[in-house]
Every structure is written in structure tokens, then in C-alpha cells.
Design a binder for this molecule. Structure first.
Ligand SMILES: Cc1cc2nc3c(=O)[nH]c(=O)nc-3n(C[C@H](O)[C@H](O)[C@H](O)COP(=O)(O)OP(=O)(O)OC[C@H]3O[C@@H](n4cnc5c(N)ncnc54)[C@H](O)[C@@H]3O)c2cc1C
Length: 441
């Protein structure tokens, strides 16, 4: 059954979210840099956000991705997609709705793999939005290839000793704890030899070398930590899950996380599209509005096509996750949504910049930040190339090789098969033989 309609009750929720995000949350984009959303020490921002979070809770819209047992709405991915595409308009909205990455993914793995003590200490305050967390996997010498990871945790009879470096650990400077992937067994491939540890950020030996910022950010605003672990002492109680389970744990968080990023990207790309259309309707040049110039019309049509095709793919992916309840089965779809997130966001932000002329590239619009974010979407959680490999492998698995030297759609053999199937009709007057009978089949 195909159906593109939204249930009226659910539509009312979406309408409330749309109004709330536009009126109450988008103003924050003009006041604070986007990564400040995690800065729990920014009292002005926290003071503004606290009552907004309360309103979200009062509507029953807090952390809708979580099951009710964890205080969430237990929504399916399709419902989340329709909500997230509204939240994606502002970098502050996910935090105010309790759905901000990386905390959502970290909460998910704590709920799945955490022991009761870990859940009480870390999961509950995270779910309540009282603290923020960090997921630290990437290392300076390589992110996309875990085989080069060297950050190690070794047992010394008294517990574990963590040594090494991590790179681009988002929000570590404000996080209460880090979830760190470390090599614990060098005798097996890393996919079986790495473990996950929960490391409170104030543990002795956790050192911030510096906080890298996004391009154009002042160094003091950087939110992506370059971390060193100088003989950090840990115990078995700090292990998340079992030794050797790091990749299994990472996969649990990444499937949902990637598709939620894609859902939000639809929203931000649509916001850029609105800016493009408004500009086209407002700016006169050489006697007409930009909207009346065919090349601008082409831009608008092409951008709309890109965004709406992307949106349909994201919605279909969400539907498949709900339908099959199996992330492995939809890995290729999620990879496709991730690939398009970068492409569509870069296109939308670039067009917004271009149509606004000098104003577009200036620091008086948000488009530059959005463009850079588009590129970040092609790197965070793995570069586009790696997701293309995933997609292609899944597509190829469904496609066997040709049984003999010729393709299965080779015309002479296909014509011979078809001629046998429709032999009686082919005897009728008026038919010209064509390929029939010349094939090897
Ligand atoms: C905004 C942002 C936030 C992030 N937050 C976190 C975080 O919180 N925690 C964390 O651990 N990491 C985080 N990362 C790091 C992210 O996971 C890595 O950037 C990503 O895995 C790529 O690793 P890399 O940067 O080392 O690039 P590399 O692995 O060096 O790749 C560089 C380029 O090489 C090419 N390439 C790589 N592999 C292949 C391949 N197999 N085939 C063809 N070409 C290839 C691609 O063009 C790729 O972009 C974040 C990144 C960004 C941009």
C-alpha cells in the first residue's frame, strides 16, 4: 500500500513543531555560533533554552526517538523523518527537542550495552538533557580506516591503562564523559580487537591538546577536540559492553544517527531553497526580477528537484527501517541518504550564496556556515567514498554475473527465448523475423 498522506493528528503535531521552530528557535541562529548549542557553560543560551525544552516536554515531543521506557515517544523512523526535517532548519532545534547528535547515539548505546551503574550515572542525565557527551573514535593518522588506529588500552593486573590520541572529538570540551574506542587486542583484526570505554572527562590523564574549530571560527570557539590519553587508569567497570565489541557498538549508533542527519539536512536545504526563492522574487537586475530570468528559473527548478528527490529517498529509507526493523537490510539505503546529504546541502548552500551576490558570501548571512556544513556531512560518520562502496556492494550482491560470456539482456539470445514463448503469435501474417532464430539460445 502506498500512501503519502499524513494522519491529521500527527499533522497537528508537525504544525506545532513548525511554528515553534520558526518563531522560538530560529532566532538563536542569529545570536550564537552553531556549536554553542552544546556549551552547557553558556548561561545566556542555557537560560533561553531551558523554558523552550519545557514547552517541548509539555507537548510530549521530548526525545521522540527513544522508547517510552527511556522517557521518549517511541516514534517510528517515518514519523521521526517528518519531524527531523523541520528541526533541521536550525542547529539549535535538535538540542531543544532532546534529539541532538552525538548524544542520541551515545544514549542509544548506553541503553543497549550499559550496565545498571553506567545507566544510572551517565544515561539518565543524558536523556534528561542535563549533560552532553562525546563519541571519540577518529585518530589524527586516520578516520575512515580503523586499521590505522593506535590508541590502546592494556591490562596491567590492576585494571586498564589507556594511551594514545584522538582527533575531532566533537563537544569533548563540554562533555561530562567520552565514549572512547581503543585497541585492546592486537592479535586479531581490529574489528574484533577494539573495545569501548566510558571515560569521564575529568579522569586524570585526559588532556586536551587543543580544540579545532571549523573554518572561519576563532580558535577559542573550536568544538572538536584533539585529545591525548596519558596513561589514563580505567577498570572493567568502565568498559561499555564486552572487550572486543567496539565495532558492534559503533554500528548500533551509526545506523540511526546517519539517517537522522539526512532527515535534518532536508530541512536545512529547504531553508536555503526558501532564501533562493525570496531573493529571486526581490532582486531586480537589468530591468527584471531575477525570478524572470531563465537561468535563475533553471537554478530554482534544479534545486527543487534535488531536494525533493533526496527527501523521497530519506522518507523511503525511514519507511524501510520501520518495515524491516533491520539496519543491515537497509544499509545501502542509509548510505545513499548519507551520500546525498552532502551533495544536496552543498548545492543548496552554494545556490543561496550565488544568488545573493556579495551578500551571500559575507558574514551577514548564514550560507557560508551551511556550505561548510554540507562538506562536513560528507566526512562526519565516514567519507562519501566509503558510503558509495557500501551502497555499490549491496547493489552488486543482488546482481549475479551473466551465466555465459554474453549479457543476459543480449538481444539475439533474448529474441530466441521470446520467439519460443510467443511462437504461435509470431506465425501470424505481417510479422518480420528480425533477430528470431539467429541467437545461440
Ligand atoms: C563536523 C565533524 C564532526 C566530527 N565529529 C567526530 C566525533 O565526534 N568523533 C569522532 O571520532 N570523529 C568525528 N569526526 C571525524 C570523522 O569521523 C572523520 O573525519 C571521518 O571518519 C574521515 O576521517 P578523516 O577526517 O581522517 O579523513 P580520511 O580518512 O583521511 O579521508 C580523507 C579523504 O580520503 C578519501 N578516502 C578515504 N577513504 C577512502 C576510500 N576507502 N576510498 C576512496 N577515498 C577514500 C576521501 O576523499 C576522504 O574524504 C567528525 C568530522 C566532522 C567533519
Amino acid at each position: 500500500m502506498w500512501n503519502f498522506e499524513t494522519d491529521p493528528d500527527f499533522q497537528r503535531k508537525l504544525d506545532w513543531i513548525t511554528h515553534f521552530v520558526r518563531e522560538e528557535i530560529e532566532p538563536l541562529d542569529y545570536l550564537f555560533p552553531k556549536d554553542e548549542t552544546y556549551n552547557t557553560r553558556n548561561e545566556a543560551l542555557m537560560t533561553i533554552m531551558a523554558p523552550l525544552k519545557q514547552q517541548v516536554r509539555a507537548q510530549g515531543l521530548w526525545a521522540c526517538h527513544l522508547p517510552p521506557a527511556l522517557g521518549g515517544g517511541g516514534w517510528g523512523q517515518l514519523e521521526l523523518a517528518l519531524m527531523n526535517e523541520i528541526l533541521g532548519r536550525s542547529f539549535f532545534a535538535p538540542t531543544i527537542f532532546g534529539t541532538a547528535a552525538p548524544d542520541t547515539g551515545n544514549a542509544e548505546i548506553l541503553a543497549h550495552f550499559g550496565n545498571p551503574a553506567q545507566k544510572a550515572r551517565f544515561l539518565q542525565p543524558l536523556l534528561d538533557g542535563d549533560i552532553v557527551s562525546c563519541f571519540s573514535m577518529t585518530e589524527p593518522q586516520g578516520g575512515a580506516d580503523p586499521n590505522v588506529f593506535t590508541c590502546r588500552a592494556e591490562q596491567d593486573g590492576k585494571g586498564w591503562v589507556l594511551r594514545g590520541e584522538k582527533w575531532f572529538a566533537s563537544n569533548a570540551r563540554w562533555a561530562e564523559f567520552l565514549i572512547v574506542m581503543a585497541v585492546t587486542d592486537t592479535t586479531v583484526p581490529i574489528h574484533r580487537g577494539a573495545s569501548m570505554f566510558i571515560v569521564p572527562t575529568n579522569t586524570p590523564g585526559v588532556r586536551t591538546i587543543r580544540n579545532a574549530g571549523m573554518a572561519f571560527e576563532q580558535p577559542e570557539h573550536g568544538a572538536h577536540a584533539y585529545l591525548a590519553f596519558d596513561d589514563v587508569r580505567l577498570t572493567d567497570a568502565d568498559l561499555l559492553g564486552q572487550p572486543g565489541e567496539a565495532f558492534k557498538i559503533a554500528q548500533t549508533r551509526l545506523g540511526g544517527g546517519r539517517v537522522h542527519h539526512a532527515m535534518r539536512t532536508v530541512g536545512l536545504a529547504r531553508r536555503a531553497f526558501e532564501a533562493v526563492c525570496e531573493r529571486a522574487q526581490s532582486r531586480q537586475t537589468q530591468g527584471t526580477l531575477l525570478a524572470q530570468k531563465q537561468m535563475v528559473q533553471d537554478t530554482i527548478a534544479e534545486l527543487w528537484l534535488s531536494i525533493e528527490q533526496f527527501r523521497l529517498l530519506v522518507l523511503q529509507t525511514a519507511w524501510k527501517i520501520d518495515r524491516y526493523q533491520d539496519y543491515n537490510r537497509v544499509r545501502g539505503d542509509i548510505a545513499a541518504a548519507k551520500i546525498l546529504s552532502e551533495r544536496v546541502m552543498v548545492e543548496a548552500a552554494s545556490k543561496a550564496i550565488h544568488l545573493h551576490g556579495a551578500l551571500g558570501v559575507s558574514n551577514e548571512m548564514l550560507f557560508g556556515e551551511w556550505l561548510l556544513w554540507g562538506h562536513a556531512l560528507g566526512l562526519a560518520d565516514g567519507p562519501t567514498e566509503v558510503h558509495k562502496i557500501t551502497l555499490a556492494k549491496q547493489l552488486l550482491r543482488a546482481s549475479p554475473a551473466a551465466v555465459d560470456g554474453f549479457p543476459s539482456q543480449h538481444v539475439p539470445a533474448g529474441a530466441a527465448r521470446a520467439a519460443r514463448k510467443y511462437a504461435a503469435a509470431l506465425q501470424l501474417p505481417g510479422h518480420r523475423r528480425g533477430w528470431v532464430g539467429t541467437g545461440s539460445d
